[in-house]
Design a protein around this ligand. Structure first.
Ligand code: 5GP
Length: 213
């Protein structure tokens, strides 16, 4: 599909567990800067998580059926579970002009970057590895083995740093600052010339050949 101002922006946001990503994303959703693409997952809900809001919690069989039917824009296996983005919902929201936020890990992010060149990718990182481990442990929601697996996974993910267009550091107690940085990225992306060709059209008569430069 050609780029069109009416279409919303698609933001891919990744960050290792413990990066502070979820808190920052919640800020951006609370203020209505983005709408959230609800993913499907085979992992168990955590206390307080709601089906259809935080995730669609599905069985492995159901997840595999969705893949087979081509319903997933991307999917990945992450620490023993599947996670994926339902394609249709994202397309519908973008076509309605909504700015959509995907909170997805690196493998899925790479798949979306391949398929949707206009997607804007942002990697959220803590200031350093020590801080990452500290934050992951202080959540107290996962077992030691899951924490270890998530830390290993985080170190694998750092290798993909340069695949992301933007990087935002989530410093301690600076959620607002990180959210503001993402809003600034969104503002700049919304001003790109190639999604604002309607503005150019205001300055050229169709018979003047405004496309010749
Ligand atoms: P959690 O289990 O902590 O909710 O999520 C684990 C990881 O899965 C996070 O890095 C999160 O960004 C990622 N994730 C959540 N939904 C999706 C998805 O639809 N696709 C992919 N590839 N990753 C996802």
């Amino acid at each position: 599909m050609s780029l069109n101002k009416k279409r919303g922006l698609l933001f891919i946001i990744s960050g290792p567990a413990g990066s502070g990503k979820t808190t920052i994303i919640n800020k951006l959703l609370d203020t209505g800067d983005f709408v959230f693409s609800v993913s499907a997952t085979t992992r168990e809900p955590r206390p307080g998580e709601v089906d259809g809001v935080d995730y669609f919690f599905v069985t492995k069989e159901n997840f595999k059926d969705r893949i087979r039917r081509g319903e997933m824009l991307e999917y990945a296996q992450y620490v023993d579970n599947y996670y994926g983005t339902p394609r249709r919902a994202v397309e519908d929201l973008l076509n309605e002009g909504k700015d959509v936020l995907l909170d997805i890990e690196v493998q899925g992010a790479l798949q979306v970057m391949q398929q949707m060149k206009e997607a804007v990718s942002v990697l959220i990182l803590p200031p350093n590895s020590k801080e990452l481990e500290k934050r992951l442990r202080s959540r107290g929601t996962e077992s030691e083995s899951v924490i270890k697996a998530r830390l290993e996974r985080a170190h694998l993910e750092f290798k993909y740093f340069l695949k992301y267009k933007y990087v935002v550091i989530s410093k301690d107690n600076c959620v607002d600052e990180a959210a503001d940085e993402i809003r600034a990225i969104k503002k700049a992306e919304s001003l790109r010339s190639n999604i604002n060709t309607d503005i150019r059209d205001n300055f050229f008569d169709s018979n003047q050949g405004g496309n010749n430069i």
